[in-house]
Structure formats: C-alpha cells, structure tokens
Design a protein around this ligand. Structure first.
Ligand SMILES: NC(=O)c1ccc[n+]([C@@H]2O[C@H](COP(=O)([O-])OP(=O)(O)OC[C@H]3O[C@@H](n4cnc5c(N)ncnc54)[C@H](OP(=O)(O)O)[C@@H]3O)[C@@H](O)[C@H]2O)c1
Length: 348
C-alpha cells in the first residue's frame, strides 16, 4: 500500500490555544484535518444538541465538521459556526464538508442544493462537497429499510457524470474548494476517474476495524484519493432500522478491548488511532463533551505500535453496517448488489 504523506502536527504553545489535530495533504495539495466531528444525530440527538457540540468542539480544537443537508440540522450548525468565527478562530482555519442528497442528482438541482447548504451553514464556500450516494433515489428521512421508492434507479454512469459535471461547475464558481464521492465502489470509481475533468479528492466510506475495506483503501491511496472513514467506532448509536442480527461491534472486540486496557483508554480511542495511523481521515460523531474531547486526544497523542496495528488489522470481520437497503431498485435483490461485490457494476 502506498502510504500517504505523513500528517503534520502543528505543535502549539498551549497558552495560545487548543492542541489542533494534525492535517493531511490531499492529492491537489489542500490540507484536511485528520479528524472531523460527525453531525448526523442518528434520529435521537437533536439539531440543537449537535450545534452545541459543534461550538464546544471548536473551542477544544476541532477544525473539521462533517455535515449534510439530509441530517436536517445545517441551519442550526450555521448559527453555531457564526459563533465559532466570532469567538474562537476565523473561517479560514476550518474545514467544512457538506453533501448532495440523493433526490438532487439532476444537474439543475446540484447548484441549488449547494447554494441552500451554503445559506443554511451561513458560508461563502464549502471546503468539500460530496455526492452522498451514487444512487439517485428519493426516500424520506427516517424511513424503514424495507421501504422502496417506486422510482428507485440503479447506478447509471452517464447520469452520474452529469451530476459530477454540475459538481465541477461548483468548483469553477468558487462555491466549493474540493469535490468528492461517498459510498462508491472500485468499479464505479474507475469510470469516474476515466471521465472526470476534476478528480474526486476524497471518498467518504464506512471504515472501522470490523469493516476495513483494505483493498479499496489501497486503491484510493494509490490514486491519491483520501479515504474519509464514517462510522469509525462501528456506529454504536445508529438507528434501530440500520441494525441486523449479524452485525458485529468493534468497540466490543476482545483484541481492541485488551489494547485499550493496556493504554488505559476507551476502545473508541483505539479505533480512531488505528484508523488515522493507517492513513484515514475520521469523522466520529459525539454529542458528549467527554467523548469528543477524548476522540480528539486519541489522534494527537500516544500512537499504537506496529504490533498493535497488525493485531487490529487481523480483527476484520468484513461486516458492513450501513448496507443501503433503501437504494435497491428491483424486487428480490440483496443489499450486496449495491456494492458491486462481483468486481463489476451490478447490471441494471
Ligand atoms: N457519507 C455517508 O454516507 C455517512 C454515513 C454515515 C455517517 N456519516 C458521517 O459519519 C459520522 C459518524 O457516524 P456514526 O455516528 O454513525 O458512527 P460513529 O462515529 O462510529 O459512532 C458514534 C457513536 O459513538 C459514540 N461515541 C463517540 N465517541 C465515543 C467515545 N469516545 N467513547 C464511547 N462512545 C463514543 C457516540 O455517542 P455519544 O454521543 O454519547 O458520545 C455515538 O453514539 C456521522 O455523524 C456522519 O457525519 C456519513
């Protein structure tokens, strides 16, 4: 695996402010903090609570926030960000991501969706705008995994490239600094890389010790596309609808628990250290001040040894938690069809 360049750790005089997370260089030279606060409240943490966490996390040193229009809380986060610029540090010191939702893939909707996120977040530009999922599909927020949209559609590359073309125009207009993909597969990205004028700089994807996607991570790193890992703790607070009986929990893994005991820290911190040391950027969610402070600390001190990294690498269960059932477009399909597990795009 080609390692990404070493993350820098801006050593700060603690009397002058909080310890900031290291940053990582992207393929085009921009730098992204290795940790961002997730902002999806998983249906049980209110927008106001998430916004309060954003403001407080900025105080202790977070410089990245992973937002999306579908999380339904961008207006409240926008107010928190205004307070951040006034009281903590200027806008330029932060990395703000947002995402295009699945029912807005039509090129005419891309610009208006981005402009709406900018209005809600009260920003003049986004650092990163992602196509949230490769499937153009409406389903209401909070719907059950068994619900199917009558107009659900498979991945159609020509259509995705029309969406991508509209994303490229956002860069040219200066509304977004970088564009990226999310929930993609190698076969789909191969085509995007072949046809894009502006390459994706990041791919956001589920990554945790029980779902390591090592082949995909290596593929991305070889192409200087930064993997951003969502659910890096195995999403212990995810909604009931996203749980199945075969799911496993990295925070309960005996290997990870033993290493955590040896370091006198929570298994969550071990998951984050492992992820960042293997080259990821992570977006753990927390609305609990003790936990989000511990998560930031985890990636700034006390790294794992090579032996510990290898022990965690051996805990992979290939257990995808966010399966995406609602994107299925035909009867009698299984969710694995969404992820091109045969090495090619699943035929329509
Ligand atoms: N691109 C995509 O399609 C996509 C999909 C899913 C998620 N995401 C992004 O990824 C973010 C994270 O995903 P997620 O929230 O599902 O999963 P996660 O970050 O793996 O897990 C979050 C859960 O872990 C708990 N937690 C956090 N820090 C902890 C600590 N130090 N000790 C113990 N428990 C801790 C949190 O509870 P407390 O609040 O009590 O700390 C919360 O219940 C989302 O918020 C979103 O921004 C993106």
């Amino acid at each position: 695996m080609t390692p990404l360049p070493q993350a820098t750790n801006p050593t700060r005089d603690l009397t002058q402010g909080p310890t900031l997370a290291p940053t990582r260089a992207l393929g085009n030279g921009a730098r992204i903090p290795v940790i961002g606060l997730g902002t999806f409240g998983s249906d049980h943490v209110s927008g106001a609570q998430v916004a309060a966490a954003v403001l407080d996390a900025a105080k202790i040193g977070y410089r990245q926030f992973d937002c999306a229009s579908v999380y339904g809380n961008e207006p409240l986060i926008g107010e928190a960000l205004q307070a951040v610029w006034k009281t903590i540090a200027p806008r330029e010191e932060f990395w703000i991501t947002s995402k295009l939702w699945n029912d807005k893939h039509a090129p005419r909707d891309v610009a208006s969706s981005c402009e709406q996120s900018l209005r809600d977040l009260k920003l003049e530009y986004l650092d990163l705008y992602l196509v949230h999922w490769p499937f153009p599909n409406f389903h209401p927020p909070g719907c059950d995994i068994d619900s199917r949209s009558p107009d659900a559609r498979p991945y159609v590359h020509a259509e995705y490239m029309e969406t991508w073309g509209a994303m490229e125009k956002l860069v040219e207009r200066g509304l977004v600094r970088q564009i990226g993909t999310s929930n993609m597969t190698i076969p789909k990205l191969e085509l995007v890389l072949r046809d894009a004028r502006i390459r994706p700089v990041c791919n956001e994807m589920e990554l945790h010790p029980h779902f390591q996607q090592s082949e995909f991570v290596a593929y991305l790193m070889e192409r200087r596309i930064q993997p951003i890992g969502f659910c890096p703790l195995g999403s212990p607070g995810r909604p009931e609808r996203d749980r199945t009986p075969t799911d496993t929990a990295p925070l309960e893994d005996p290997v990870i628990r033993t290493i955590a005991e040896e370091h006198h820290i929570h298994p969550a911190a071990i998951c984050l250290k492992w992820a960042v040391q293997r080259g990821e950027v992570v977006t753990p969610f927390s609305a609990n001040p003790r936990n989000y402070a511990a998560n930031l600390r985890a990636v700034t001190q006390d790294p794992l040894t090579q032996e510990e990294m290898e022990k965690i690498a051996a805990t992979d269960r290939r257990c995808r938690l966010i399966k995406g059932h609602v994107f299925l477009w035909k009867q009698n399909q299984s969710w694995e069809d969404l992820w091109d597990e045969q090495g090619e795009i699943t035929p329509a």
